[in-house]
Write a protein that binds this ligand. Structure first.
Ligand SMILES: Nc1ncnc2c1ncn2[C@@H]1O[C@H](COP(=O)(O)OP(=O)(O)O)[C@@H](O)[C@H]1O
Ligand SMILES: [Mg+2]
Length: 297
């Protein structure tokens, strides 16, 4: 039995007897559309609905989540991967019982791991499925390899778009590239959209119609609509104050909309019966790394 077989056995053993957490990957075509704002406040809303939530900050370019929470994590994913830290060491406690993991340089390293390192990482991440009901992955924008790897491995993708024309075309381009990836499966992935920074709900619905029409017509992907978040100046005030909007301005229009979106997500059935969870995500990822390695050798 080679290492891959061993790992598959380990994964199937664990996923059969243990519950797995939902992994929701938040992404966008263009940067600066509100992914991190949504990730943090969605996490708090879901926590208020009784879920145990952990955010994985996979946008290695910017230290977004930690800035928004005003907390500096001591360790990150790279410390787990290379420096012998345990999962509990790299989960930083946030407000209202949410936890977050800073990707740090670990996210970039992920696509370069050797087989042994992936096996080690997956074995460590098993525990995450036990610790969280929902894991929210806040990705960087656009078509970077690491972002696409996350997206093609997740069951639930949440696209944030705004009315800026480039936000729409870039979101379409992202889905088009994702759709071409051999390890992406339309059938086991739910793609949902949130319209951010709109004037009113008609504007949000219009944006959804515009994007979902082309996504359906040219990619054959049915996209669900989760609703809109209005343009709200409290959003930037909360960032300045380094406290999530949901906590500092719970009655604001944006907070109320995000709470509604959280409710819809909580009610939605997990996307696929074929298993989800963070280890499943890394398991799929590992397969694609093997494929890539084979091609290169
Ligand atoms: N609904 C909103 N209303 C007003 N400003 C917003 C809204 N959502 C996000 N922003 C602002 O947009 C900027 C980018 O948001 P951020 O969440 O960091 O985006 P991303 O993670 O996609 O790069 C921030 O300054 C934030 O305050
Ligand atoms: Mg961000």
């Amino acid at each position: 039995m080679d290492q891959a077989d061993q790992l598959r056995k380990l994964v199937s053993k664990h996923t059969k007897v243990r519950k797995v957490s939902r992994v929701i990957t938040v992404t966008s075509g263009k940067g600066g559309v509100g992914k991190s704002t949504l990730s943090v406040n969605l996490a708090i809303s879901l926590a208020r609905l009784g879920k145990r939530v952990i955010i994985l900050d996979a946008d290695f370019g910017l230290a977004n989540i930690e800035v928004m929470l005003g907390i500096r994590p001591q360790y990150n994913l790279a410390d787990l991967m290379f420096r012998g830290k345990d999962l509990k060491d790299i989960i930083t406690p946030g407000p209202e019982n949410i936890g977050f993991i800073s990707g740090g340089s670990g996210i970039q390293e992920l696509s370069r791991l050797t087989r042994d390192q992936v096996i080690y990482l997956v074995s460590k991440l098993y525990e995450l499925d036990e610790m969280a009901d929902v894991i929210i992955v806040d990705t960087g924008a656009g078509i970077a390899d690491s972002v696409l790897e996350f997206l093609s491995a997740s069951n639930e993708v949440l696209i944030v778009a705004t009315l800026e024309p480039t936000s729409i075309t870039d979101a379409y381009a992202l889905l088009k590239t994702l759709n071409r990836k051999s390890d992406f499966s339309k059938d086991s992935t739910v793609i949902r959209m949130v319209a951010n920074r709109v004037k009113n709900s008609e504007e949000g619905e219009g944006l959804y119609r515009q994007l979902s029409l082309v996504v359906d017509k040219f990619l054959g992907i049915g996209m669900e609509y989760l609703g809109d978040i209005p343009q709200d100046q409290n959003s930037s005030k909360a960032i300045m104050a380094q406290e999530p909007l949901m906590i500092s301005y719970p009655g604001s229009a944006a907070s109320k909309s995000i709470a509604k979106i959280a409710q819809k997500i909580a009610q939605a059935e997990p996307a696929a019966s074929s298993g989800s969870g963070i280890t499943q995500l890394f398991n799929r990822w590992m397969k694609s790394i093997y494929k890539k390695n084979k091609k290169e050798n």
